[in-house]
Design a protein around this ligand. Sequence first.
Ligand code: SER
Length: 314
Amino acid sequence: MKRILITGALGQIGSELTLRLRDIYGADNVIATDIKKNDSEAAQSGPFETVDVTDGTRMLETAKKYNVDTVMHLAALLSATAEAKPVFAWNLNMGGLMNALETAREVKAQFFTPSSIGAFGPTTPKDLTPQDTIMRPSTMYGVNKVAGELLADYYFHKFGVDTRGLRFPGLISYVALPGGGTTDYAVEIYYEAIKKGKYTSYIDKGTYMDMMYMPDALNAIVDLMEADASRLQHRNSFNVTAMSFAPEEIAASIANYLPGFEISYAVDPDRQKIADSWPNSIDATAAKDEWGFKYEYNLDKMTVDMLEKLRKKL
Ligand code: SER
């Protein structure tokens, strides 16, 4: 049985992962932590502790108090915010990760943290980007993610911590909004489609990025953490993706189910630059081979579900 501490539990991934893990492992076995409590279901449906991830002592105390055997470290700044505040991003993303790895080492816990397509850079092969390839990101977020992957590898080899990770693409969900990411447009577009029937994209047409629907991302985390360790050659971190599209393609998918929907463009040069430095599409063969990664949602299936769920929510 797992007993899991999650950092950033009220963020984009944590808001849903916390609930999924409570369903699987029992509400009392999933300790949600974040910098501030709120009235969301993740904060209210089981144990919650206030933890600032830059405070390693508090994180370790919390892990010991609940006797956890798994640490899932989600708290981090996304790409656009990190680019605007690079020093803060380094301190939060790397400081938080180091504290979380140290906590896992001290309490002998299994460990998960997400990496990202942001770990790749302008010199990385852009199409079907391989699992093992050139990684010279040009953003602070990417620098943090590559360093994080290496650090997690280091904790496995040096201290035997069972570290595992995924290179997530843009994650799309109707539950918690992302904040400060480059791929956020692909979430906002559904909200605006329901509210206004149109969307102005800050990412230009023809810009391809990988994406995945949140239910598939949650399954991937659970499956990776349950996978037989002896099969994992690439612990930190596996390429995973479910689709790759450009703004005009997600707009066309929405227009199929919401006739009259229109997209226009007001490109944000900062976020466009970040998007241009990332792959068009990544190759998830290693994840499929080593632990059976699979996904259920393609673009149209996701669009149908997003529109249905957001109609109810909004
Ligand atoms: N969704 C993230 C971002 O755009 C990528 O990992 O920053």
